[in-house]
Design a protein around this ligand. Structure first.
Ligand code: ADP
Ligand code: ADP
Length: 226
């Protein structure tokens, strides 16, 4: 089964700028997939459209069995998104942020509590569970964003430049964590402009430049050619 299928995707912003020009992409269930490209290539636009934050101009998107045009809520329930920017209410308590998020997805309270506690422990945030989000360090905020994206147990985790501006130690521990949840069955797609990150983590890769996919292959064949 495909976790994601994108067909003939186009995006022209209101100012007339064509950010995506006929993007076609497929990601298999269970894959660890990188969308690699320089700044301005169209990575965030693509992610924004898949997660319903940005409207597409045309094209078809399917997330597992849900078509974004006809089953948008179902498609959204399958996805967990780790955005590039911190976007939580800094005054809210760490654990409360997770419980609130689970609530948006209709996760029953008891289950939400279990998932939240488990994620807080796994991501080294347990001791901070009663702190307000704004009191966390940058690295902790990033781990909190990952926990928040996973609390409703999505089938597909999408991370937009997950380790941009992150120090090497945290980057390594994030990589280990992501490999782990991928092994447990979560499909992962990340965007990055570091080949090294894609090389370390991903089995398959697409390279996007100026709104077009210029390469779509498995990591091994790509590295053999470089
Ligand atoms: P849409 O066509 O998807 O509705 P808009 O053109 O209305 O998008 O822009 C959405 C937001 O993105 C606006 O707040 C706008 O200021 C901002 N924006 C505009 N140009 C850029 C850009 N080049 N890069 C990033 N954000 C931009
Ligand atoms: P990436 O994530 O690969 O850096 P983006 O998808 O953010 O690329 O942006 C792709 C292009 O679209 C860039 O040239 C950016 O300036 C432009 N862009 C992004 N958002 C908007 C917007 N709201 N309005 C107009 N142009 C935008």
């Amino acid at each position: 089964m495909k976790a994601l299928s994108i067909q003939q995707l186009h995006k022209t912003y209101k100012n007339g700028f064509e950010a995506l020009n006929d993007v076609n992409l497929e990601v298999e269930q269970g894959d660890f997939f990188a969308l690699l490209g320089p700044n301005g290539a169209g990575k965030s636009t693509t992610i924004g459209i898949i997660t319903s934050l940005v409207t597409k101009t045309s094209g078809r998107i399917q997330v597992f069995d849900a078509d974004l045009d006809t089953d948008r809520e179902l498609a959204k329930s399958y996805i967990g998104l780790v955005p590039q920017e911190f976007n939580f209410n800094g005054f809210e308590q760490v654990k409360h942020i997770l419980i609130t998020q689970a609530g948006y997805y209709g996760v029953p309270a008891k289950e939400a509590e279990t998932h939240a506690d488990e994620l807080l422990k796994k991501l080294g945030l347990w001791d901070k569970r009663h702190s307000s989000a704004r009191a966390l360090s940058g690295g902790m905020k990033r781990r909190l964003m990952i926990a928040r994206a996973l609390v409703h147990q999505p089938k597909l985790l999408i991370l937009d430049e997950p380790t941009a501006g992150v120090d090497i130690e945290l980057r390594r521990s994030m990589w280990t964590f992501l490999r782990d949840i991928n092994r447990q069955g979560t499909t992962i797609i990340l965007t990055t402009h570091y080949l090294e990150e894609a090389e370390n983590l991903c089995r398959n890769i697409a390279i996007i430049d100026k709104g077009q996919i210029i390469e779509n292959t498995d990591m091994k064949s790509l590295l053999n050619r470089l």
